[in-house]
Design a protein around this ligand. Sequence first.
Ligand code: GLY
Length: 398
Amino acid sequence: MKNLTLLILSLILLVACKTENKFNVDTNLAYCKQQVEKSLPHLEKSDMMPRNIISDTIKSWHCTGIRDWTSGFWPGILWYTYESAKDTTILKEAERFSEALYPIVNYKADNHDLGFMLYCSLGNGYRLTQNHQYKEILLRGADSLAVLYNPKVGTINSWPGFNKKMNWHHNTIIDNMLNLEILYWAAKNGGSPKLAKIATHHAEITMNNHFREDFSTYHVIAYDTITGKKVAGVTHQGYSDSSMWARGQSWAIYGFTMCYRETKDPEFLKTAQKATERFFRDIPEDYIPYWDYDDPAIPNAPRDASAAAVTCSALIELSQYVDDPKEKDNYMQKAMKIIESLSSAEYQSRDKNNAFLLHATGHKPNNSEIEASIIYADYYYIEALIRLKQLNETGKLF
Ligand code: GLY
């Protein structure tokens, strides 16, 4: 009898401990809302978008104009904040900053980033409000991005401005995978069906050329436009041409997971899984990667919280596409470990500044945005929280 009582008490204690330690999505979403509310009074001009906070002594965002590749993340954060809090003041702000992005589609596309800029902002806005103006701009944006597609190579020319300087004809960067989502969306929402074909072909060619044997990724692949063939694999933001740049690997995991969602091509799923396996090899104990896995300065190299946030959000989705419960569990456990680390005092900005997170690294070789607060780290962090909330409440993702 005494033994049974002891056993029951231990079980109750175990359950209590587990409950106490359980990650609280709502508390962290409330934290994000609080940081957004601290940021807003400093952001009067709607066409100036938060980008980074790099100094320990500055609390509010350094902003950039709407043509910067990061301009869609702040409106996107506002949409996610509105989605979780249903606060009409935040809704008005999300609308104000989203509308400020409209002129982007009047410029000729000069890089692949239109997807980041428009889909993270107006894409979320349209999903939540069905505003027809957002739809119109998104469709124009997708058409504009598709102009950069080269049918001989089979991919989008990510950085046309770099080709001359680098003596390339055409280049495609791994980040470009994320910008295929607006093409798939447009093809399903009144745009040309060709847009989805372009996206799928781009993903196939990237799958064939961007991965090394160990499933780490090159940042940039240069192509010959006469033969359509790959001519070089190099880096721009990583440590070296042969190194694994952490955020590039995250873009690959996220991009191929999304392409599997849109096509159900099992090769895309396999690619996302292999890229994930590589990401977690040599990961530090807290699951926040160094900015580049091959920086010889490790363990004294900077971390990149943005790569962790992108991977976390992607893994929550990836976990939904595998049948084996063990694999599902594996992806969810890894996502939870990342989100717990990101939500700790080590990585959340809290009173230090108005962002959500610290310790993201933007462009180390350029010596810019190192161990800083960066807007896209925050965007993918809140997206991961929203995905967890959706899974908890409905058992599925949007
Ligand atoms: N897409 C640019 C970057 O990841 O820094």
